[in-house]
Design a protein around this ligand. Structure first.
Ligand SMILES: [Zn+2]
Length: 137
């Protein structure tokens, strides 16, 4: 299923082509970084001048309005808006730690899907601003 990703601030589309385009802060400079729009695909494209450090947390920005896209709910995540082919609105959160494969997609607190083999490190992604109540079994 295809998705269009939007900046939560200026609402511009972040994947006009085959990649999601974001800006990353790096040593006082900014670099472009391209991510796969396919959830669970952690292929990244970046310029040679950017040498990401494994385990380091980066600030991702919208390439249009430059807003810091760090989730206000979970400091470890970048948060984007998304719209699916069939017109559903979702939130997408992914880890801003380089090398950590964790993505959360959902249309509401009860409908969150996890991608990536590190996603289970997050007990409660919580990017909907509500505490997820765990089932007592
Ligand atoms: Zn923006």
């Amino acid at each position: 299923m295809g998705r269009y990703y939007h900046c939560p601030h200026c609402d511009k589309v972040l994947n006009p082509g085959t990649k999601v385009v974001l800006v990353i802060d790096h040593k006082g400079e900014r670099e472009l970084i391209l991510l796969s729009p396919d959830l669970g695909d952690y292929t990244v494209v970046y310029p040679l001048s950017f040498e990401p450090e494994l385990g380091r947390k980066y600030i991702f920005r919208c390439p249009v309005c430059q807003t810091d896209l760090t989730s206000s709910i979970n400091d470890n995540l970048v948060e984007l808006e998304a719209e699916t082919d069939d017109g559903r609105s979702e939130k997408v959160g992914f880890s801003r730690v380089y090398g950590e494969r964790a993505t959360f997609v959902g249309s509401g607190p009860e409908h969150v899907t996890l991608y990536g083999d590190h996603a289970t490190r997050y007990d409660s992604p919580n990017f909907f601003g509500e505490t997820r109540i765990r089932d007592e079994e």
